[in-house]
Ligand binder design. Structure first.
Ligand code: SF4
Ligand code: SF3
Length: 543
């Protein structure tokens, strides 16, 4: 079976994965994800129309965001689960279509008779996977024939995936913003228009940046109001000889519930990958059995999970094919899925997820190996950075700090990414790196030292905490009384891998940042014309 996917940085030959994903995604899963997005566009068509008549259904809007999140690279590889999402999407589409038509008919006293796009009305006869796969090949990325329109529609959907992911995280923490969900649906519905122009699409793509900032701000508000503002924290990277659980991904609430449910059980809990920043949140670090961070970024997980020895929980991306050596002790939860891997179900209306199977597994395995580690410093989110702002400004004024390098984003397995380690190593000693996201694992263990107590790697947190980096830049702009953010002694060298980093990039562009370096390669989904326009407008450079 054939497929076509070019949404991430590791896409084959920087053109597209056609037989199997470099990430491990099967053609079936890839095509089913294409169909899911197609039906989400159909839902959005009706939801948009309904909104014009003041009819809204938050559960449907949120489902659209979740559906997009499910298709992010390394989130869900389980064909069966994607089929279930398509089933649910078709149900939800019917519900919102009926709600709209009911109000329309009542209001105008006539039937709704406009021409409706196929995505909004296509109905399978049997709702089975065979039929879904058949339809999927008609509606994938390549179904759009014009190269630039195809590029922009995909750029738009890819950017929306990141917005959707951050918004979904905030909603899990009961922080909401209808405007963001409405924008996601508006933009998705627009991709169904046959007469949409390059300019209209480009404007929508740039608008994603605005909503990216809003989504990151919403998530920041959710995280900090519930778990407190991150504090500068030393995190141990070794392990102790006790039963253990390793928690990876981005979902802080999952970690919180695991910490609560493991209290007094003799289990130590460690973070992995993008969960490292959790160690800096007061309401999480207060748990004594949160013992530190083990391992590096996502692509090293197969070796690291094998070595770790205890139970492992993947709360969001990036999961990789589990080796047999640990397949019986890794668990997925939330939107993450891998065939035949135990899945911890969602919360019931109120109450926590039940992590008992993970806890039992950790206890059954018993103590893991003791390993020595070092300490890394984290916790420089915006509040904490503001508290040391005077010191930073002083160091800039006295010439001790000559430049900042924003090096946020994603890590990946390409050899080329050693560039980021070398870049960090070779920077002048008077420069400071501002980082967020798993890109940091390329240089956060390097012992780059400090400048008058200010570490040379200032780690703001997860990829969504790039928001913190922007706030820090704005504070510096204020402190130096500058008019333009681009007058600051800051260079941006962003590493991307999956779609959330595309959202972060668009958010930086929206904030007016110019001259960003993007690497290790430029996105394959940008056609030559689109790339030229974006590069020219924003002075984007390669590494
Ligand atoms: Fe290929 Fe990336 Fe798509 Fe996976 S997510 S199939 S690696 S382009
Ligand atoms: Fe990393 Fe997957 Fe993107 Fe949240 S964990 S930054 S790649």
């Amino acid at each position: 079976m054939e497929m076509f996917c070019y949404q991430c940085q590791e896409t084959l030959r920087n053109e597209g994965c056609v037989a199997q994903g470099v990430c491990g995604k099967s053609p079936e899963t890839s095509n089913l994800q294409d169909l899911l997005i197609y039906v989400l566009k159909g839902i959005s068509y009706w939801a948009n129309k309904a909104r014009e008549l003041d009819v809204e259904d938050e559960s449907i809007d949120l489902f659209v965001a979740e559906g997009l999140f499910v298709t992010i690279t390394n989130v869900n590889f389980d064909e069966g689960r994607i089929v279930e999402y398509i089933d649910e999407a078709l149900d939800k589409r019917r519900i919102i279509e009926n709600k709209f038509k009911e109000v329309y008919e009542r209001k105008y006293n006539k039937k709704f008779k406009e021409k409706v796009p196929d995505a909004a009305v296509w109905n399978p006869k049997d709702n089975n996977e065979y039929e879904y796969l058949h339809k999927a090949v008609e509606v994938g990325v390549l179904s759009e024939s014009d190269e630039d329109i195809r590029s922009l529609k995909n750029f738009l959907v890819i950017g929306l995936k990141g917005v959707a992911a951050y918004t979904d995280h905030a909603y899990i923490l009961k922080h909401s913003n209808d405007d963001i969900l409405a924008f996601i649906e508006k933009a998705l519905a627009e991709t169904l228009r046959e007469d949409i122009t390059v300019d209209e699409l480009m404007n929508l793509v740039l608008k994603v940046g605005e909503y990216g900032v809003n989504a990151m701000a919403l998530l920041d508000e959710a995280n900090t109001s519930i778990f407190g503002n991150p504090e500068i924290t030393q995190v141990y990277t070794g392990t102790y000889e006790t039963p253990a659980i390793l928690v990876s991904g981005h979902d802080l609430l999952d970690l919180y519930e695991i910490l609560e449910q493991t209290k007094g059980k003799g289990i130590k809990v460690y973070t992995h990958g993008e969960m490292l920043p959790a160690n800096a949140y007061p309401e999480l670090k207060k748990y004594e059995h949160l013992a530190g961070n083990f391992g590096g970024s996502w692509w090293k997980q197969q070796q690291e999970f094998e070595d770790f020895g205890g139970a492992v929980v993947m709360t969001t991306n990036c999961i990789q094919k589990p080796r047999n050596s640990y397949k019986d002790r890794i668990f997925t939860t939330g939107l993450v899925g891998w065939p035949d891997v135990q899945h911890i179900p969602n919360r019931k209306k109120s109450g926590q997820k039940d992590f008992t199977p993970v806890i039992q597994k950790a206890l059954e395995i018993g103590p893991i190996k003791k390993r020595d580690g070092k300490a890394i410093t984290i916790g420089f989110a915006h509040e904490q950075t503001a508290q040391v702002a005077d010191k930073i400004v002083e160091a800039v004024k006295s010439g001790k700090i000559t430049k900042f390098y924003v090096m946020g984003g994603c890590d990946g397995r390409n050899k080329d990414r050693e560039y980021y380690t070398n870049f960090a190593k070779n920077l002048p000693k008077s420069s400071v790196i501002l980082t967020a996201g798993c890109a940091k694992y390329r240089y956060n263990m390097l012992d780059l030292g400090d400048i008058d107590g200010i570490p040379r790697v200032i780690d703001a947190g997860q990829c969504n905490d790039s928001y913190s980096l922007v706030l820090t830049a704005l504070k510096l702009k204020e402190a130096f009384d500058l008019k333009d953010i681009n007058e600051l002694p800051i260079e941006y060298n962003i590493a991307w891998y999956e779609q959330k980093a595309v959202t972060v990039l668009l958010s930086l562009l929206y904030m007016g940042v110019k001259g960003i370096r993007l690497g290790p390669t430029l996105p394959a989904f940008l056609s030559p014309n689109v790339l030229e326009t974006v590069a020219k407008t924003f002075d984007i450079k390669t590494i």
